[in-house]
Design a protein around this ligand. Structure first.
Ligand code: AMP
Length: 289
């Protein structure tokens, strides 16, 4: 496994791989790797000759007062995890190299961000598409793997790839969960013992919503209210949002009669957790994009 930290070395490596006509799978992460990230690496390994993993806590996608400084980091362990998964190249750039000065070109996401995390975290997705545009140019992957845990990110990245004509396929990967249903997240380490016990209620609330839709409920407000009530009754967290929207367009729906996302974000003391499910009109889980 090669560990590359400069942009120039990565570009050199990429030129060599092009000569060898290797297909490239790419997994973008902020590190502190867990089984969610590993499922993306496994999928990439299965579908490509070479798998590139990037580990970069991107300052641009954190707002003021968010957890950029305290975001968990463990480069040594991450490298061991990547090696064990058979990753070929780990790219770990420095922020000063990725963003050497003030930029003349700024990217702005104009749609799909007035809801969910985009509304709670203004500018977040501008930071995401900026770093991904740079990484896509540097790595030139054939396929890029993204977790549906961050389903709004998948929707925005699909729009980025479509609008800016990146010649790559975005591959959405299902959410990996703990045995009790809690979505795996690097931020779970910041939950207190009590919060950790409560947190799976977010997933349970989403499962109940799915059941209610399968039982014939069509009113999104009714479903969202039940999700909120359940989370409030089972956790000490503060709900940021519970929303039901079309997917991937992320528009309000008056009736549940096509593919939708039910998404929730909950603030605990030191961590804000997100989770979602994407359902077809009959309440079955989306299994193909
Ligand atoms: P992050 O390091 O949080 O930026 O995540 C990097 C990638 O891993 C993103 O595409 C995430 O959606 C994905 N990911 C994070 N957690 C999970 C999970 N529990 N299951 C599947 N994918 C995940």
């Amino acid at each position: 496994m090669k560990i590359i930290s400069t942009l120039e070395a990565l570009q050199q490596e990429r030129k060599q791989l092009a000569k060898e006509q290797k297909s490239i799978g790419y997994v973008a992460t902020m590190g502190f790797l867990h089984e969610g990230h590993q499922s993306l690496m496994k999928r990439s390994k299965a579908e490509n000759d070479i798998t590139v993993l990037s580990i970069f806590v991107n300052p641009l996608q954190f707002g003021e007062g968010e957890d950029f400084e305290t975001y968990p980091r463990d480069a040594v362990r991450d490298q061991a995890v990547a090696e064990a998964e058979g990753v070929d190249i780990v790219f770990m750039p420095e922020a000063a190299d990725m963003y050497p000065g003030s930029s003349t070109i700024k990217l702005h996401v104009a749609d799909r961000v007035d809801v969910l995390c985009g509304r709670s975290r203004p500018g977040h997705f501008d930071g995401v598409v900026t770093v991904l545009s740079k990484l896509f140019h540097l790595i030139q992957p054939d396929r890029a793997y993204f977790g549906l845990k961050d389903a709004q990110q998948v929707a925005v990245v699909q729009a980025l790839v479509h609008d800016l004509n990146f010649p790559l396929e975005v591959v959405p990967v299902p959410t990996v969960r703990e045995a009790d249903g809690l979505a795996k997240s690097s931020r779970n380490v910041y939950l207190s013992e009590e919060e950790r016990e409560e947190a799976p209620a977010i997933h349970r609330a989403l499962q109940q919503a799915k059941q209610s839709i399968q039982d014939g409920t069509k009113d999104p407000e009714k479903v969202a209210s039940a999700v909120k009530e359940f989370i409030n009754s089972q956790t000490s967290g503060r709900i940021d949002y519970v929303e039901i929207l079309s997917y991937p367009a992320l528009k309000p729906v008056r009736e549940i009669d096509a593919r939708i996302i039910i998404a929730a974000a909950v603030y605990f003391d030191k961590a804000r957790l997100i989770d979602n499910i994407v359902l077809e009109a009959d309440g079955s889980i989306m299994d193909r994009f």
